[in-house]
Design a protein around this ligand. Structure first.
Ligand SMILES: NC(=O)c1ccc[n+]([C@@H]2O[C@H](COP(=O)([O-])OP(=O)(O)OC[C@H]3O[C@@H](n4cnc5c(N)ncnc54)[C@H](O)[C@@H]3O)[C@@H](O)[C@H]2O)c1
Length: 426
């Protein structure tokens, strides 16, 4: 019924989720365009440059026909029969889901939709959101043929971890969950994603697929919260948390290890579980585990901060010049610092009048309270200063930090096997 040539795809939103997807579709020789409302990003892509660590410039350079456009060219959607939305879904200030990126973009391109088009949402949303957004627009006021169908496919990419050599898993090894509103569109969505991914899983319905994504990320949030609570208790009991985790990890079933850290960041773990809390509350149910994990994952950053401040009180302030945060990305080997705990730490140290700098091989500059701060170019300034290991990037010279710095606050267990007065495990 379908063939590879049947599909004319538009990927809308070319960020951490949309750009890798665009490239995979392109690589399979399927007709695809990519649209983003950020002109700078589009220009960068056209020049063959990448803004995502997992994607190398050479991957972009080798594309002969670069089909990247800004949203001023939304009319191109009229040539497409599969539209995939990879747009942000942050939280509003009151911790409710903000789906306005999707609705605003949809309002702009809906007039270009043609018959037999399928719209697939890849953004993470609360259960019921896909149906609410698209059925409302499609079935009623906008006079669009009811043959336009919709579906949901969760994105399970883990930025920084799809390097086949390092992690033995590449993008299309991850089983792709798909769903759609009608049997015909389920077949279509399944056929398409089977062209790209090695394995797909057709969820029973859209809401199951949406909720499964939230379970995956809530599971992480709760377990990270738990391991960080264990870290605090271990600290009180003077037991090394890393030794505890290594020991528990020898169990071959029923235990999955999570690493403690300075808190959670990124566009998923701090946000997605709150969608569950929000929808449960609407039905008068209080999602206690999720709330507690959220509180703990925030609280742990303050715990780390207070531990550092208490220790520094005992150190002669004149004996070091500054605090250097090692890594500001929210996790290792990526260049994304959205919601990163390091930003909170940086701000707090700044407010407390410490001289503060950061070193991150993946991030040139960060913006805090409207001010731009640049990464140190190298680790030369670490000599005699205080290092706080916030993000465990693999390409950092930890031996130099150990050799040259005055004190190291290690929130990631980089030096877990080194017993030294200089290192404070947090
Ligand atoms: N980053 C991850 O690791 C990850 C993993 C799984 C799922 N997700 C989910 O995927 C979705 C996208 O996340 P992301 O990390 O790729 O976000 P992102 O911010 O990296 O990318 C979103 C892109 O959409 C563009 N955009 C915003 N409004 C637009 C509009 N009206 N028209 C066209 N383009 C527009 C932005 O410029 C940006 O390039 C979110 O729902 C997120 O929760 C993210």
């Amino acid at each position: 019924m379908f063939s590879k040539n049947y599909f004319k795809v538009a990927v809308i939103g070319l960020g951490y989720v949309g750009l890798p997807l665009y490239l995979q579709i392109k690589e399979k020789g399927i007709d695809v365009i990519g649209i983003d409302n950020d002109k700078e990003k589009i220009n960068t892509l056209i020049k063959g440059k990448s803004y995502i660590v997992d994607i190398k410039d050479k991957e972009l350079k080798k594309i002969k026909n670069k089909t990247f456009y800004t949203d001023s060219e939304f009319s191109l959607v009229s040539n497409c029969n599969l539209i995939i939305l990879c747009l942000p879904t942050p939280l509003k200030n009151n911790n409710s889901p903000d789906i306005s990126y999707i609705t605003k973009s949809f309002k702009k391109f809906r007039k270009y939709l043609k018959k037999d088009t399928l719209i697939v949402l890849e953004s993470t949303v609360y259960p019921g959101a896909t149906r609410k957004i698209f059925s409302k627009f499609i079935n009623s006021k906008f006079n669009i043929d009811d043959k336009i169908d919709y579906g949901y496919s969760s994105e399970r990419i883990s930025p920084g971890q799809t390097d086949k050599k390092k992690y033995k898993i590449s993008y299309n090894d991850i089983t792709k969950v798909v769903s759609a509103n009608k049997i015909y569109s389920q077949k279509k969505v399944a056929f398409f994603y089977n062209l790209i991914f090695k394995k797909i899983y057709l969820a029973k319905n859209i809401e199951v697929a949406e909720m499964a994504k939230l379970l995956e990320n809530s599971y992480r949030a709760v377990n990270i919260g738990l391991v960080n609570e264990f870290k605090i208790i271990c600290d009180i009991l003077k037991i090394n948390i890393h030794d505890v985790i290594d020991t528990a990890s020898t169990k071959p079933f029923g235990f999955t290890s999570f690493k403690p850290g300075p808190g959670v960041g990124g566009h998923c773990i701090p946000i997605d579980p709150m969608f569950v809390k929000w929808i449960a509350k609407k039905k008068n149910y209080d999602a206690k585990f999720i709330s507690l994990a959220h509180v703990y994952n925030q609280k742990i950053t303050n715990w780390v901060l207070n531990k550092i401040l208490n220790k520094l009180k005992k150190v002669n302030k004149k004996s070091f010049k500054k605090i250097i945060l090692i890594g500001v990305a929210y996790k290792e080997d990526i260049n994304d610092y959205r919601e990163s705990p390091s930003i909170k730490l940086f701000t707090q140290f700044m407010d407390k009048k410490f001289k503060i700098d950061f070193y991150d091989p993946y991030i040139d500059k960060i913006q805090i309270k409207g001010k731009v701060f640049n990464s140190l170019k190298n680790l030369n300034q670490i000599k005699g200063n205080v290092a706080v290991i916030v993000t465990e990037h693999k390409n950092i010279d930890y031996k130099k930090i150990y050799k040259d710095s005055k004190i190291i606050f290690d929130t990631r267990g980089v030096y877990k096997n080194i017993d030294s007065k200089k290192i404070v495990q947090l």
